[in-house]
Write a protein that binds this ligand. Structure first.
Ligand SMILES: [Zn+2]
Ligand SMILES: [Zn+2]
Length: 364
């Protein structure tokens, strides 16, 4: 068995977040903006060339990219992601088959679970332990969701918990609006680099660093596999009415875009709509609908109140598919030491026994 991994280095509660905030270096945003403006920028063609190379190797030209930190959308850089959306429109030409839909739903489920149970609860919060081999497999599956590498994801998410809805938060609807919190923030130049200092516990694993650097490999592998699956099925069982391109569009493109936007709602909608069972000192909300879509991530107010636990649905009726999956994996010995939600944390709710449905008035 490979070595176990260290405990959660991320903030675990509102009080921890406050400590982190207090310890953050006090550099005024005006000073930072002035320093940005004074830095020399690469020319247009140079920037474009570096961008295309970064589609493959995210470390390409990092020093120059560091000089162009701006909170504006880097359109050339996100062309592959936009291309995925355009590819979904080709469904008109590739047609429909039940087997393609089934693969799309299956890959949605597997990858949504990978994002919530692995990228979020494991890599970002270290809410349980696993072996080094399983850790790498978790990273590969999560990476196939086209939400960049595990270290990039964890670093930005830890930053979000440290400054939730405060000015430094990179995807706060309160600070930058709903659309920016949904998909503007990760499309901007300023948020492409990975802050390796905040994920040192992960950066010590060369295999994770490799995945993080070449974060396009797993998506290409999955897309190619979908294409050949469709080709093979068509050759062996033509009555299924599928094809390579049809499986690529349904299994990879449509499924990936659905996983992506469902995930993004956690950053956008659950900081705006829903109920606040806990006084988490930010705008996070609980939403049953988003919890169902994202396998438990919709209990976002619970999570911001206490982020250390493997479970985000604190009450029996708060459906948390990712936790159920992790519980099964723990029984199989794949993961272990799932961090529980302490009873006193659950009891800190504004109402001691909130009902699953209906009005829940806030404390004055
Ligand atoms: Zn949040
Ligand atoms: Zn979190």
């Amino acid at each position: 068995m490979t070595p176990m991994l260290p405990d959660d280095p991320s903030p675990t509660s509102a009080s921890h977040s406050a400590v982190a905030l207090a310890e953050a270096p006090a550099v005024s945003p005006d000073l930072m903006r002035a320093a940005e403006a004074a830095r020399p920028r690469p020319g247009f063609l140079r920037h474009l060339w570096l961008t295309v190379r970064r589609w493959v190797d995210v470390h390409t030209g990092e020093d120059e990219l560091a000089k162009t930190h701006e909170a504006k959308v880097d359109w050339p850089r996100i062309m592959p992601f936009l291309g995925l959306h355009v590819a979904c429109l080709t469904v008109y030409w590739v047609g429909f088959s039940w087997v393609a839909l089934g693969v799309a739903v299956g890959l949605y489920a597997v990858r949504m679970f990978a994002i919530t149970a692995f990228y979020h609860r494991y890599f970002s919060h270290r809410a349980y332990k696993t072996s080094r081999v399983a850790q790498f497999i978790f990273a590969c599956i999560g990476n196939s969701s086209v939400q960049r590498g595990p270290l990039w994801w964890a670093a930005h998410h830890r930053h979000h918990h440290r400054f939730s809805d405060q000015e430094p938060d990179r995807h706060s609807p309160r600070q930058q609006g709903l659309l920016w919190s949904h998909m503007g923030w990760f499309s901007s130049e300023s948020n492409f680099p990975t802050d390796y200092k905040s994920v040192q516990d992960l950066a010590k694993f060369p295999e994770l660093m490799f995945l993080n650097r070449f974060d396009v490999l797993m998506p290409i592998l999955l897309g190619t596999s979908c294409f050949f699956l469709g080709r093979v099925l068509n050759a062996m069982w033509p009555e299924l009415h599928t094809s390579g391109l049809q499986m690529l569009v349904w299994g990879f493109c449509i499924s990936t875009v659905a996983v992506a936007h469902a995930t993004f709602t956690v950053n956008s909608l659950t900081h705006v709509f829903g109920v606040q069972d806990y006084d988490s000192k930010d705008d996070s909300r609980n939403s049953m609908l988003i919890a169902l879509l994202t396998f438990g991530e919709g209990w976002h107010n619970n999570h911001h109140h206490y982020s250390a636990s493997a479970r985000q649905g604190f009450r029996w009726w708060q459906i948390d598919m990712s936790y159920y999956g992790l519980w099964v994996m723990s029984k199989l010995g794949i993961v272990w030491a799932l961090k529980p939600v302490p009873a006193e944390v659950v009891a800190q709710a504004r109402r001691q026994a909130p009902k699953p449905f209906g009005k829940r008035p806030r404390k004055p």
